[in-house]
Design a protein around this ligand. Structure first.
Ligand code: GLC
Length: 485
């Protein structure tokens, strides 16, 4: 089975969030299971040439866009520690932007952002067309690559090379939809009459690429079973709940995994003192001390240290943390955070750092090394998300012995067992969070109980192998459905 996996980011080549981790890990697991898979992503300026030595495999691929014949150079490299080929698509005008996304929060804010990913998606299809390389499945991820199923149902529906390929669309975050002006269709060369007018917001003359991905793909999945159900409801559906309900027979949930080759406290080169289950207590003590020194927290012996590694956006529960913050301090926690995001979300945390010197450390940067040290050095890991499609932080935290404190939503609900591997609360309120933290505080004081929770958590296995098998079934279903088109 030949699968082309498209994503806007892919770790470690270029990564901003969890989508990048999935794109860097799932294809490796699928390859091990015998799938002939490659990854396609834009060639961003920030990609490290020396580390990946990309080779030019196609010069001047012609991709019509905006009434022009634009040219794309295609390069090839490999995912580290694997034989998974990665194709990098390069075009100065659209694809060479420095960072992965234009906005710090990773959310789509302009037509130009939508254009470049739509153009990238078209370039990928043009590449396989030009190579006359039959593909069984195009696996697209989030709005950035949702143009692929849209093009497959319109412009390329009779194309001899592409027409038999199935499309799989994975929803990583319904909150970010890639909404833009309808002229995108003209720019792509799609005739408006080829699309059902109900499929776009005719009144606002908008096109919503997330919605197109859902409507046009053969099968759709979300990144956890709970999120797959939640998005059918008004509360979590971000306006697309009815569209999703309309395709409910084709929507499923598959939990993400973790790449334990990368996220393993025993081997992680960013961890100060490597450790594993048998010596976790020594590891935690040494890493906690090192972390406190490096982020300027007081050396307060056994005070529990709460860690967060997060994008600073609404989704991540920052507003309830903000409201609960004075109480969290009174309960006697130290707090360390690393991440980037919206200035409005950052602002209160900057204030807390000033108000509680030695107790609170706020690091507003993207720093994978510090992230690893927070997982290794914190006693507990805070992730009280408003919604969480899957979440990777809680899974990494489990492996590093930082007890996850999560809200019961999406993948958090599917992976953390209250009182057994972590602490779980439900209502999205500061009060519920505080009540939960009171229980954490009690648990932490009972060292035998805490040890049980940490050790049960560290023993959980969320590797990709199981989920990769579910994706193979999904691919087979997509191929079956595509024959019925
Ligand atoms: C998005 C979601 C996160 C998920 C990740 C990978 O970043 O917010 O919950 O784990 O995608 O699927």
């Amino acid at each position: 089975m030949k699968v082309v996996f498209l994503a806007s980011e892919c770790a470690p080549i270029a990564k901003v969030g969890g989508l990048g981790d999935v794109a860097g890990a799932l294809p490796k697991a699928l390859k091990k299971m015998g799938i002939d898979i490659c990854v396609c992503m834009p060639f961003y300026k920030a990609i490290d040439h020396e580390a990946y030595s990309p080779l030019l495999v196609k010069r001047s691929l012609v991709v019509p866009f905006e009434d022009k014949e634009r040219e794309v150079d295609v390069y090839k490299t490999e995912l580290p520690n694997s034989k998974v080929p990665v194709y990098l698509f390069k075009n100065e005008y659209f694809l060479s932007g420095g960072g992965v996304y234009f906005s710090k929060s990773a959310f789509c804010e302009s037509h130009r952002e939508v254009q470049r990913f739509a153009f990238f998606s078209k370039a990928v299809l043009e590449y396989f067309r030009a190579e006359k390389e039959p593909v069984d499945v195009f696996h697209c991820n989030d709005w950035h690559t949702a143009t692929v199923p849209l093009l497959m149902k319109t412009l390329y529906k009779d194309d001899p090379v592409l027409k038999n390929a199935a499309t799989v669309y994975t929803i990583h975050n319904l909150g970010n939809q890639g909404i833009s002006e309808l002229m995108l269709l003209d720019e792509l060369g799609i005739r408006r009459e080829d699309l059902d007018t109900l499929d776009w917001d005719a009144q606002n003359r908008d096109i919503d690429l997330m919605m197109q991905g859902i409507i046009q793909s053969d099968v759709i999945n979300a990144v956890s079973p709970t999120y797959a159900q939640e998005i059918m409801t008004k509360r979590y559906g971000a306006g697309l709940e009815e569209v999703l309900q309309g395709k409910s027979g084709r929507v499923s949930g598959i939990l993400n995994g973790v790449d334990y080759q990368i996220f393993n406290p025993e081997t992680d080169p960013n961890v100060f003192f490597n450790y594993s289950l048998p010596n976790w207590q020594e590891g935690k003590r040494k890493n906690k001390q090192d972390l406190r020194h490096s982020v300027h927290l007081d050396d307060e012996g056994t005070t529990p240290l709460l860690g967060m590694v997060t994008r600073l956006t609404d989704q991540k529960g920052l507003d309830i943390i903000r409201d609960a913050f004075p109480t969290i301090m009174k309960l006697g926690f130290q707090f360390v955070l690393v991440g980037l995001g919206d200035p409005t979300s950052e602002e209160p945390f900057i204030r807390f750092a000033k108000e509680y010197p030695g107790k609170v450390s706020i690091n507003l940067t993207f720093d994978l090394k510090l992230a690893s040290r927070i997982y290794a050095g914190s006693d507990a890991f805070l992730m009280p998300s408003k919604f969480e499609p899957c979440g990777l932080g809680q899974l990494i935290a489990l492996k590093y012995g930082a007890v996850p404190i999560v809200r019961a939503t999406g993948g958090l609900k599917d992976t953390i067992l209250n009182g057994e591997t972590g602490f779980v609360f439900s209502p999205y309120t500061a009060k519920a969070l505080i009540n939960c933290l009171i229980k954490v505080r009690e648990g932490f004081s009972d060292s035998k109980r805490w040890q049980d929770i940490v050790e049960t958590g560290m023993s959980q296995d969320y590797s990709w192998d199981r989920s990769a098998g579910e994706y193979i079934t999904l691919y087979k279903n997509a191929i079956r459905w595509s024959h019925e088109r």
